[in-house]
Design a protein around this ligand. Structure first.
Ligand code: NAI
Length: 548
């Protein structure tokens, strides 16, 4: 029998295995000396390139792709091959790449997840692993996990329950920690908590990759989640659990159970609320009106709506209103109409905003009765803010504040063009997705993208450096104020409610410094306070450079 030769460098630290390791792979950037030392000679073409030359090639590939979904697939493949090159490319032009890695392209990627699947990434914890989650989590190759982003896929963007297809979200969210705020990528773990799905179409798709069964009862889900949270803390001590895109009722119930017990946050609830408060703060700076005098109507009363309402109420209280007075300024309207005191079936979280009022299923009539100064859409109902809605808001207010936050794009309650045109340029508008500039009566408006990426990467960075015991709601209120404070008069004059995306790293670091400072002030941080917080943070930022 022929003797087989043992391949060289079978230990994985050298040779071919190195090219297969996305963290250490430099591809064509390995130098001649490295190629000799690491057993790479002959495995690469002759040229030894710089990282910037490699980025040039990446950009060329991207330009040749026919659409953003193909660019997304290419970029995920790149991050599987060469993480440094991936982040170098993405961080070179965040305004271009955020919409590809995240909203709106990630929605298409999630819908097609089973069809575009290439390679395993992150972890899949299924309900079948009950009783064994510690053992399973130990299969992850490192214990250095500082952030777990976990989703059930139960309510992805405005797409509803898409089960295991939701994995694109934890992956994308954690990539934005790095792309936006330079949190080192080696401490992140995306997890899809596969509890099954109600989505019959997906379950019938032969290429669907998740559990093909109905989700469990609330009680069973709570038990599974308890085991998961305990296991995550045991296997990855000190890690922060970022809950993302669980079904609305599950999201609120589970977050309430853990928010005071473990280091965690819910981005749909707190991140959304914070970024909405940031946009509202800026809009009120433009119209020079106090928050405590606003009347706010929400269209949509799910996890995002309730989260924003609670944070606005908390911010009003910080400005001197009683809890009752703050809540009385906020009303919600959902698929069954206005939340008012005679409505049955409301959750405890919703009841506090169900004031004495006549029942109504008509949004325009409700606006005429309640006379809101601010209208916030978080309903997943695309086009719900029609011409009559916008005109009614404009008739009641000199500068109506209208936020259409549902995403992806076709779920937005109205477009920027509709908001500015129907309000004759008076609306202060922001959406959950990026709409192009709009010119009305010769004035050009720059619609803000009210996206959580202004806040959660900064929360992540502050958490990374300050190692807090808990992340409180106040941290998110501080983040909102810090974001709003970064929009100068010139941007406000153009109707911009959020900073631009080109300098997102600068924005996030500034916000993170304010959050970290707050964590130190309130005794939440578990590391020693540095003399100068900003430069201390800057010293810990990830840089997309090859290591020697
Ligand atoms: P959810 O499913 O918990 O709540 C949706 C709410 O909208 C429910 O109260 C429902 O009754 C109401 N609704 C649905 N159809 C309606 C209709 N035809 N008329 C009136 N109300 C209706 O969802 P969640 O988590 O609150 O998210 C809602 C939307 O907000 C999603 O599109 C999501 O993508 C978006 N969102 C945007 C964020 C951003 O940064 N822009 C962040 C988080 C969520």
């Amino acid at each position: 029998m022929a003797k087989t030769e043992t391949p060289q460098h079978a230990d994985g630290s050298k040779g071919f295995a190195l090219l297969d390791d996305p963290i250490r792979n430099k591809g064509t950037a390995f130098t001649a000396e490295e190629r000799r030392r690491l057993g790479l000679e002959g495995l690469l073409p002759h040229a030894a390139e710089t990282l910037d030359r490699q980025v040039e090639r990446v950009m060329g590939h991207l330009d040749g792709k026919p659409n953003d979904l193909e660019r997304y697939i290419y970029l995920i493949g790149l991050s599987d091959r060469n993480e440094t090159l991936f982040f170098r490319a993405v961080m070179s032009d965040p305004a271009r790449f955020i919409p590809i890695l995240y909203d709106p392209t990630v929605a298409d990627a999630c819908l097609a997840f089973g069809h575009i699947y290439r390679r395993a990434r992150g972890m899949y914890i299924t309900r079948e692993m009950k009783g064994r989650m510690v053992e399973v989590l130990r299969n992850w190759p490192t214990r250095n996990v500082r952030f777990i982003c976990v989703s059930t896929g139960g309510r992805i963007l405005g797409l509803g329950d898409i089960g295991a297809n939701g994995m694109g979200i934890p992956i994308g969210k954690l990539q934005l920690y790095t792309a936006c705020a330079a949190v080192p990528p080696d401490c992140m773990l995306p997890i899809l908590f596969d509890i099954g799905t109600t989505n019959a179409e997906l379950r019938a798709d032969p290429l669907y990759l998740g559990l093909r069964e109905d989700p469990p009862s609330d009680q069973e889900l709570d038990e599974l989640t308890e085991e998961f949270v305990q296991a995550a803390q045991k296997v990855f001590p000190g890690c922060c659990i970022h809950f993302e895109d669980w079904k609305g009722t599950d999201a609120i119930r589970i977050f309430n159970r853990y928010k005071d017990r473990v280091l965690c946050y819910n981005d749909d609830i707190q991140g959304t609320a914070s970024v909405a408060l940031a946009g509202l703060t800026t809009a009120l700076q433009i119209v020079d009106a106090p928050l405590t005098e606003q009347r706010i109507l929400f269209f949509g009363a799910g996890s995002a709506g309730i989260g924003i309402a609670n944070m606005i109420a908390a911010a009003m209280q910080m400005k001197g209103l009683s809890q009752d007075a703050a809540r009385s300024r906020i009303s919600l309207f959902d698929i069954d109409g206005l939340l008012e005191s005679t409505r049955a079936g409301l959750s405890e979280a919703q009841k506090v905003y169900a004031h004495k009022a006549a029942p109504s299923k008509d949004l325009v009539k409700t606006i005429e009765t309640l006379k809101p100064t601010v209208l916030i859409g978080v309903s997943t109902k695309g086009g719900a803010f029609n011409q009559r809605v916008v005109e009614t808001m404009s008739g009641l207010n000199e500068r109506p504040i209208i936020f259409a936050l549902s995403n992806p794009t076709d779920k937005a309650e109205c477009s920027a063009e509709q908001a500015y045109t129907w309000s004759n340029g008076k609306a202060l508008f922001a959406a959950g997705v990026q709409f192009p500039d709009v010119t009305v009566n010769g004035n050009t408006f720059h619609p803000g993208q009210m996206n959580n990426f202004y806040v959660f990467p900064a929360i992540g960075l502050a958490t990374y450096v300050a190692k807090p015991r808990r992340i409180t709601d106040e941290c998110f209120i501080v983040a909102a104020q810090a974001t709003a404070d970064q929009i100068g008069p010139a941007l406000r004059a153009k109707g911009m409610l959020f900073p631009g995306q080109a300098n997102i790293l600068e924005t996030e670091v500034t916000t993170a410094a304010r959050i970290a400072e707050f964590m130190f002030e309130k005794g939440l941080a578990q590391v020693e306070r540095p003399r100068e917080i900003r430069s201390w943070i800057e010293g810990q930022l990830y840089k997309a450079d090859y290591k020697a």
